[in-house]
Design a protein around this ligand. Structure first.
Ligand code: FE2
Length: 470
């Protein structure tokens, strides 16, 4: 395989062009009740002017839109027109999480990472937003994907305006909850609620003992639930002075333990519980038992080599192999008197990108879906469903050399009780350097896709997305 072909075969290979077309080749039958739009986002290019970016977190955000309608499937992709995208298109290199600007310390000193708006895309109250956790969202046109502009929600996001990439939408009220990490005057997490009129309300804050990486949270009927792990900026001065990349200054310090924060949705006092260290990024869903016990599902990692070990594959990125995609689904229980215990789910299945039927967000969910690796520390090549009531596991594995991304759930209105629907994922066809949309019945994964839609090109793996029913 030549270098060019090998690069194209990487799920992270760039797609620098923007497209609008109807998909010509659809196999199987798209279900009649599946009508809506799937949005996905991730770094569309990991190179600027021939300069290889240091980390997959640093690529400019590119949104994909799959519109499923009575006539088939339409595809569109657009880069988010961030300040960084505009400047990078003129070969200007910004500082990233794992990318240093050329020019050494002077070029990087006191520079915060550029907002590349590449982590998630969320639809709420008529708006579509691309998200990146250390800065403001960008508002996009849901149809054309045109960038409308940087969003501060009528001034509610102040200063840097960190608005994290994993908001949760309460299935009962339609309110969106989220948070942002603020560093000044001291490290803290600020929580938000956005109502159905689009107004953003500030909820509580709680202090962080030190600058920490907190990527996700979960929502219950009464609380926002945070597990703040001891993944910390261990050498903040080096990062600030530009002597090393931000990720190069981060460390996992298990001796510091994890701090669990329960932030009441109604603005009451925040409860903080100290427990043994977890190492995780994604929370799946949470709910409360009748006795007040809080239950939260996370994907937990136990990386060899701590932070550096986990981070390495995301820096090298030539494939998807590495411990970063081989976490363990775990259920964590936090009792009313502060006792914390956890139990593994899906034992022996290395996974990431947990998803649920969002009709059950903040309530007990019937099933969890993940992208799993069939080989330890391999690339995610299997979509797995865990039925919580029966404990049964079902899965669909793609061909050797292919990989899959996060399986997003599209609800079937006729199967609201059981939580049935379809899982939408993008399969990367390895050496063929092409991608396809895969549609699976969430209750019959092992029967294989009900439909696939072949793209005319490769689509980078990406991180997260959302499905919006018609
Ligand atoms: Fe994430």
């Amino acid at each position: 395989m030549t270098d060019a072909v090998a690069d194209q075969a990487s799920p992270w290979a760039a797609l620098t062009t923007e497209h609008d077309y109807r998909v010509r080749e659809i196999s199987g039958r798209v279900p009649e009740r599946l009508r809506g739009v799937l949005y996905r986002i991730g770094p569309g290019r990991l190179e600027v002017g021939g300069h290889r970016l240091g980390h997959i977190f640093d690529g400019d955000g590119m949104v994909s839109r799959f519109a499923i309608d009575d006539d088939g499937i339409g595809f569109r992709n657009r880069y988010v027109r961030t300040h960084h995208y505009t400047k990078a298109s003129k070969e200007w290199i910004g500082r990233g999480v794992g990318t240093q600007r050329p020019g050494g310390m002077v070029a990087n000193m006191f520079r915060i990472p550029a907002n590349v708006s590449n982590t998630n895309v969320v639809a709420h109250a008529g708006g579509l937003f691309s998200l990146w956790e250390a800065g403001r969202p960008y508002r996009l046109d849901p149809e054309t994907l045109e960038t409308i502009g940087r969003e501060d929600f009528d001034g509610a996001l102040k200063l840097i305006g960190a608005f994290s990439a994993h908001p949760k939408i309460d299935a009962r009220t339609g309110d969106l909850f989220n948070f942002g990490i603020e560093m000044f005057p001291r490290p803290m997490i600020r929580c938000y609620r956005r109502d159905l009129t689009g107004a953003l309300h500030r909820l509580g804050t709680f202090p962080l003992a030190r600058p920490s990486f907190c990527h996700d949270f979960a929502l219950t009927e009464h609380h926002l639930v945070f597990l703040v792990d001891p993944i910390v900026v261990g050498r903040p001065l080096r990062a600030l002075l530009g002597l090393d990349s931000i990720d190069g200054c981060m460390e996992f310090k298990p001796e510091l333990g994890t701090r669990i924060a329960l932030v009441p949705r109604d603005g009451g006092k925040v409860r903080v519980i100290e427990t043994d260290a977890f190492f995780h990024f994604h929370a799946n869903n949470a709910y409360e038992e009748p006795d007040g016990e809080v239950v939260v599902e996370i994907v937990r990692h136990r990386p060899v080599g701590g932070w550096a070990g986990w981070n390495r594959s995301l820096r090298e990125r030539d494939g998807l192999d590495g411990s970063a995609f081989g976490g363990q689904l775990e259920r964590v229980r936090i009792s009313v008197n502060g006792r914390v215990c956890s139990e593994p789910l899906l034992e022996g299945v290395g996974c990431e990108f947990p998803q649920i039927d969002h009709r059950f967000e903040a309530a007990r969910h019937p099933a969890t879906y993940v992208a799993a690796a069939s080989v330890t520390a391999g690339a995610p090549d299997t979509i797995v469903a865990l039925d919580h009531a029966s404990g049964s596991i079902d899965g669909h594995r793609v061909d050797d050399g292919h990989s899959v991304c996060e399986p997003l759930f599209a609800a079937d209105p006729d199967r609201a009780e059981s939580g049935g629907g379809w899982l939408l994922s993008v399969e990367h066809l390895g050496a063929q350097a092409r991608s396809r949309l895969v549609i699976l019945d969430s209750e019959r994964l092992s029967e294989g896709p009900v439909a696939t839609a072949e793209l005319e090109h490769h689509l980078p793996m990406g991180f997260h997305g959302t499905y919006v029913p018609a």
